[in-house]
Design a protein around this ligand. Structure first.
Ligand code: UDP
Ligand code: MG
Length: 331
């Protein structure tokens, strides 16, 4: 194993059913990194792909064993868990995360590193011109706004995973063992001097987005409930406000009863009001459930992901390391 400080850059790439695009990724990524003239390693994490991705990664490992490492998961644990595993395996002084679909040009890695040279420990990215479907633009802008208000995290473009982190931040993340998390936000909370740069954004070269509307909603719940208590606190505020108002309303009704006598007008207005309150209450219970669920998952201490094998170069040439049984060592 190489000592940690000899590698300057680790590039971490989660891969899930990307067989059509992988070769193009290799053809652009390796030359781009060779050109930087620094020592680097590329860590691919196969997130339980059901296509030929694992086999293609294996071949690539054999072609460039000096700079390639491959972590093979034994199931699909999600993009953020894959990146977590990559962080744990990485040895570089700086770590860049990149998607496998070439939506972010690997040639722009130099831009992130140049920004880090200015003394930043976290460099996020802003997509110059985003090439995604229109509803992703709209939803993403709305969630960005909401997040800005309820968390302390300032990110112009939260959806973009193309980011660079200093080793200090990676170590902090590695010690966290969060179950459902949003890596750019977690990293941001540890950053001392974050910055952002503008990078290119293209359409997917092949395959399709792995995120459905449902998983995007889930991801945003992770972001909101994982980094802020404001949603819960809003409910105590709303509760307080309604009890004050209904208290006043009660006094008013008692006075009316005494002055005017019994009356049964405005019944349907009352219904509307009650249904509205029931809606808010149900949402509140659901929100509470989000937090309880997070606590539940966290206290179970189950492994966050399972690693089937790690392909990496040993001193005596390339060979396959013994399967690692539990990727969540230390959990
Ligand atoms: N990915 C993954 N596991 C998953 C879903 C996605 O490792 O369960 C990887 C995927 O291969 C890609 C990256 O995460 O490298 C981003 O996925 P995608 O491009 O589908 O997301 P989008 O760009 O649409 O947000
Ligand atoms: Mg993508």
């Amino acid at each position: 194993m190489q000592p940690m400080n000899t590698i300057q850059l680790s590039v971490i790439i989660p891969v899930y059913n990307e067989e059509e695009g992988l070769q193009t990724l290799f053809d652009r990524l390796y030359p781009a990194l060779d050109k930087l003239g620094i020592s680097f390693e590329i860590v691919f994490i196969n997130d339980g792909s059901r296509d030929r991705s694992a086999a293609i990664l294996r071949e690539q490992f054999q072609a460039r064993p000096d700079v390639t490492r491959v972590v093979l998961f034994n199931g699909n644990f999600g993009q953020h868990m894959a990146i977590m595993a990559g962080f744990e395996q990485s040895r570089g002084q700086r770590v860049v995360t990149l998607d496998a679909d070439l939506q972010n040009p690997p040639e722009d890695i130099g831009l992130l590193l140049a920004k880090m040279d200015e003394g930043h420990d976290y460099v996020g990215s802003i997509r110059r011109q985003r090439n995604d479907s229109w509803w992703r633009h709209v939803a993403s802008r709305a969630m960005n706004n909401l997040r800005e208000r309820i968390t302390r995290i300032k990110m112009t473009d939260q959806g973009c995973m193309f980011r660079a982190y200093d080793r200090v931040i990676i170590e902090a993340i590695n010690s966290c063992h969060e179950v459902n998390t949003f890596i750019p936000a977690l990293a941001y909370s540890f950053a001392r001097n974050p910055a952002e740069v503008v990078v290119g954004h293209d359409e997917r070269i092949a395959g399709e987005s792995k995120y459905s509307l449902y998983s995007l909603i889930r991801l945003n719940f992770d972001l909101m409930t994982g980094f802020s208590l404001v949603p819960l606190q809003m409910f105590s505020m709303a509760g307080m406000l309604t009890s004050v108002i209904s208290g006043l309303f009660f006094i008013l009704l008692v006075v009316r009863r005494l002055v005017i006598g019994p009356e049964a007008e405005g019944l349907f207005t009352l219904f509307a009001l009650v249904f509205f309150m029931i809606g808010i209450t149900l949402f509140g219970i659901g929100l509470l459930g989000e937090y309880v669920g997070r606590i539940y998952q966290q206290v179970r201490h189950r492994p966050r992901y399972l690693v089937e094998a790690v392909l990496e170069k040993q001193d005596a040439g390339a060979r396959i390391q013994d399967p690692v049984k539990n990727g969540a060592a230390g959990l």
